[in-house]
Structure formats: structure tokens, C-alpha cells
Write a protein that binds this ligand. Structure first.
Ligand code: NAD
Length: 498
């Protein structure tokens, strides 16, 4: 293989055992029984162990976050921004550890892990710049003669950040960075499947100068730790990324609270389509479909679920897709040659397999299935599959894995296709392949989607350049990595002086 210092370091870390626990006041708690963290790729391989937080620890952490709030709110934004910039440097210095952990704990490909470190670094640097822009000086507003109107931006209070396992570093840290730099104290609840990545990130954040009381980590599952945090009357806001159902549950919890109205920032699921018309270049379509549907084993909120092919181009695209899917390497995510790794856990695999069984029982035609390497039976692998259905309306919910649904349509029915996609209520990503500019423009305007990608795959968002986030059931906005994101973490005070 390729032997660079980075790869040597990955090899050195291949069997390292990691630990995670609640981080309260800067100390990692390791009381009680730990759970073993096993790799999704091979259940025989342990990555480390984790101690989950209990209710009393959650309550204590919220109290400390509340006590630390005013001091942090009144710390100059320059100091908070510098701490994020220092953290960005430290993430880069520790990138091999994160890539190794993303591969072993979350089953992600090496390239996915590398992309995550880059995105986390970008979030830290971008939000540092944005916070200075919004908060360094109060905004001077117009006024009558002699009147001075100043708009001050401030943090809100203890902020709960709840993140998913599919971007255990980038989304986890993106949320935390945004909440911290705007002057909130943070209670971070990572997904229970990826506590080790989160713990390493928090340890580095403290070393980078984020005070211990200002950022605390509460590993644990959603129903206990997540629910306890969102029910606590002392919290000032929730930033959530995950499933739509979970966001709705949190919304209800917050709505029932007496005595305060707190914001919920939610980034949720999707039912993402790509529309291909007869002018598209089939080879280019297939390259982008492979990436959008199967990279990260389809476990991206942006991933392609339903490929709409105009009938004149459908056979050619499907012929190339079939050949390409036979060549996919479904294998160990730590190998460079692997295209598709495992899904996250037993529950995820069972749900995806049940969906495939249902589709087969309904007589849906299987277009192609990828071969699986030996050894895939040791972990949670799902065979990448493309199958044909009649419409996106046949899918009840998001299938979060390597399953691609294909629908053929006639050119005259494009209006119906757009209505069906909008009818799902989701609005996250949309792909368009067409060399007819007015067709592409028209479709981009009429489909409800937060991110539209023309003649490229639809899974890459870039901090500061392609801010990411959905509409409708896919999220509240503002878009992560965009110029309005920090505004939801801030409360404003207008001071008028005669
Ligand atoms: P999930 O909703 O099951 O879990 C997300 C987080 O919420 C976890 O930390 C979990 O412990 C916590 N949680 C669960 N129940 C809770 C409760 N009752 N109260 C408080 N917290 C609770 O989602 P997941 O399976 O981890 O992630 C996959 C989902 O996330 C998919 O639907 C995907 O589309 C979505 N996602 C969206 C984006 C986006 O930017 N829009 C990005 C990544 C993932």
C-alpha cells in the first residue's frame, strides 16, 4: 500500500482502545458499568468503552452550564473565536486519530473520515469569522437627531446540542462551535453509537482554551439523556440534527414547557430525488448516482433515494449502472479500495433488510445488486441494491442506507414528477442531470429542496460556499455553514439613548 506518515499513524492506531464518559467540569466520569464499543464492520473487534451519563449527572451538568453562562457571554467574542481557531489547528494535528475512530467506531470509509476532519475544521474557522462579524461591535442603527440606537448580540444561555452518528465529528462539532462562539454554554449529547469521537473532540476543545464549565459532554441514548436535557427547564435552546420524528418529539417537549419559549434548530431527514432528462450524459449520471446513493453506505441525509429517469435515456443509464454496481467493492472501510462499508448497527440493518424484503414481496424488479466481500457477515452490511418502483409516493419513509429506487417517467409527465416529489413533504437535496439549461432552471425552481445540485452528485455541501439544510419536514434552517446560521443562537438587545 501507500506508506506515508499518515498511513503509518493509522496503522499504529488500528487496535488502540479508547474511552469515553460524561465530561463534567473538565473531568471524565467513569463510574458504574461501561458499555463495550464494537466496530459495525466486525462485531468481534472492540474499539473501546463508554460510560453513559445518568439523570443526576445531566442535572448537575445543566446547573454548572447555567452558573458559567454570564461569564462566558461577557467574554469578548475575539477570545471565543480564537479558541475555535486554535481548536481547528488541533483537529488537523489529530486528524489520523479522528479518521481512525470514524472508520472503527462509525464504519466510515477513510475518505469519509478525512472529509469529516476537513469539514469540522471549516466549521470552526468559518463560525469564528462569522461571530466576529455579528458580535464584535454592536450594530449602530439610524435614529432621530440626538438619539443613539445600538443593537447588541448576545448568547442565550445553556444550549443543548444533540447530534447523529453519521457525521460523528463534523456535525457534532459544527453545532458545538456555533453555540460556543456566540456566547452560549454547551451541553453536548452525541449519538450513543459515536461517543468516542465526541469525547476526543471535547478533550481537544478544552485544551484549545474552551473553559471546562462552558462545554460539557453527556454521552447516552436519546430516550434517557437526550430527553432529560430537553426537558430541563434551565436550558435556553436546542440544536438538533437527526431523524424528523425525533425533532417532532423534541418540539413537543419544548412546547409543553412552562415559563419559557426556547428555539429549536432542527436539521432532519430527507427523501431525496434526482431527475435525469433525455439530454443528460449517461456516464456522468452513473458516476454521480454511485456516489450520491452508495458512498457512506447511503447513510447521509443528503443521499440519493429516488432516481427519476426520462424514458429515452433510462435503458442506457441502467445498463451502465448495472455494470458499475458489479464493480463496487463492499468491504472493510479501512481499505482504500472499499467503496461501501457497513451500516451503523443491528437495528439499521434489520430495517433496511425488511424494506428490501417488502419491495421484493411486492414484485419490484431488482435492477442490480453489488457483490459482497468475504467477511461482511462479521458486521452490519447491507447489499447495495437498485430496484425499480412506480413513484416516490410508494415509499413511506426515508430508507437510510445503500438502496436506490429508480422511477421511469415520460417527458410530458414532468409536472407530475415534481408534484410527487414535493408531495413527500421533505425538502432536503435534489439532483438534476440535463444539458437543457431551461429545463434544469425550471425544475430547480419548482422542487422544494434546500440544496439543488445540477450535473453533479448531490451529497457534498461546503461550509461557507454551499450552506446546507432543508425545508418542510427536512428542517427549520437556518442553513449550517451559511451566513445566517449563528443568528439563531443569539438573542438581541436594542439599547436606545437620548
Ligand atoms: P436520531 O434522531 O435517532 O438520533 C439523533 C440524535 O437524537 C441522537 O443523539 C439520539 O440519541 C438523539 N435522540 C433520540 N431520541 C431522542 C429524544 N427523545 N430526545 C432527545 N434526543 C433524542 O437519528 P440518527 O438515526 O442518529 O440519524 C439519522 C437521521 O439523521 C436521518 O434521518 C438523517 O437524514 C438525519 N440527518 C440529517 C442531517 C441534516 O443536516 N439534515 C444530517 C445528518 C443526519
Amino acid at each position: 500500500g501507500i506508506r506515508t506518515p499518515f498511513f503509518n499513524e493509522l496503522a499504529r492506531l488500528a487496535d488502540k482502545q479508547w474511552q469515553a464518559g460524561p465530561v463534567i467540569g473538565g473531568k471524565t466520569l467513569t463510574q458504574g458499568t461501561a458499555s463495550a464499543v464494537l466496530s459495525p464492520q466486525d462485531q468481534g473487534r472492540q474499539v473501546g468503552q463508554v460510560w453513559f451519563a445518568d439523570q443526576a449527572t445531566v442535572a448537575q451538568a445543566v446547573g454548572r452550564a447555567q452558573a458559567a453562562f454570564k461569564g462566558w457571554r461577557d467574554t469578548p467574542v475575539e477570545q471565543r473565536a480564537r479558541a475555535l481557531e486554535k481548536l481547528a489547528e488541533m483537529l488537523e494535528a489529530h486528524s489520523a486519530e479522528f479518521v481512525s475512530l470514524c472508520t472503527r467506531e462509525a464504519g466510515k470509509l477513510l475518505q469519509d473520515g478525512i472529509d469529516e476532519v476537513r469539514e469540522a475544521v471549516d466549521f470552526c474557522r468559518y463560525y469564528a469569522v462569522e461571530a466576529r462579524r455579528l458580535m464584535a461591535e454592536p450594530t449602530r442603527l439610524p435614529g432621530y437627531t440626538g438619539e443613539l440606537n445600538l443593537l447588541h448580540a448576545q448568547g442565550r444561555g445553556p444550549f443543548v446540542c444533540i447530534s447523529p452518528w453519521n457525521f460523528p465529528l463534523a456535525i457534532f462539532l459544527g453545532q458545538v462551535a456555533a453555540a460556543l462562539v456566540t456566547g452560549n454554554t454547551v451541553l453536548a449529547k452525541p449519538a450513543e453509537q459515536t461517543s468516542l469521537v465526541a469525547h476526543l473532540a471535547v478533550t481537544l476543545a478544552h485544551q484549545a482554551g474552551i473553559p471546562a464549565e462552558v462545554l460539557q459532554l453527556l454521552p447516552g441514548d436519546g430516550a434517557t439523556v437526550g430527553a432529560a436535557l430537553t426537558q430541563d427547564p434551565r436550558i435556553a435552546g436546542v440544536c438538533f440534527t437527526g431523524a424528523t420524528d425525533t425533532a417532532q418529539l423534541i418540539n413537543l417537549t419544548l412546547a409543553k414547557r412552562q415559563g419559557a419559549i426556547v428555539p429549536l434548530i432542527a436539521e432532519t431527514g430527507g427523501q431525496n430525488a434526482m431527475i435525469v432528462d433525455s439530454t443528460a450524459l449517461p456516464e456522468q449520471v452513473v458516476r454521480d448516482v454511485l456516489r450520491a446513493a452508495f458512498q457512506s453506505a447511503g447513510q447521509r441525509c443528503s443521499a440519493l433515494r429516488v432516481l427519476y429517469l426520462q424514458e429515452d435515456v433510462a435503458e442506457r443509464v441502467l445498463e451502465i449502472l448495472k455494470g458499475a454496481m458489479k464493480e463496487l467493492s463492499v468491504d472493510d472501510p479501512a481499505l482504500w479500495s472499499t467503496d461501501v462499508g457497513p451500516v451503523i448497527d443491528q437495528g439499521a440493518r434489520a430495517g433496511l433488510e425488511a424494506h428490501l424484503a417488502r419491495m421484493k414481496a411486492e414484485g419490484k424488479r431488482i435492477i442490480a445488486e453489488a457483490p459482497m466481500a468475504k467477511g461482511c457477515d462479521k458486521g452490519f452490511y447491507v447489499r447495495p441494491t437498485a430496484l425499480e418502483i412506480g413513484s416516490i409516493k410508494e415509499l413511506e419513509k426515508e430508507q437510510f442506507g445503500p438502496i436506490l429506487h429508480v422511477v421511469r417517467f415520460k417527458a410530458k409527465d414532468i409536472g407530475q414528477v415534481v408534484d410527487d416529489i414535493n408531495g413527500t413533504g421533505y425538502g432536503l437535496t435534489l439532483g438534476i442531470h440535463s444539458r437543457n439549461e431551461s429545463f434544469a432552471d425550471q425544475v430547480a425552481r419548482s422542487v422544494d429542496a434546500g440544496n439543488v445540485y445540477i450535473n453533479r452528485d448531490q451529497i457534498g455541501a461546503m461550509v461557507g460556499v454551499q450552506p446546507f439544510g432543508g425545508q418542510g419536514l427536512s428542517g427549520t434552517g437556518p442553513k449550517a455553514g451559511g451566513p445566517h446560521y449563528l443568528s439563531r443562537f443569539i438573542t438581541e438587545k436594542t439599547v436606545t439613548n437620548n
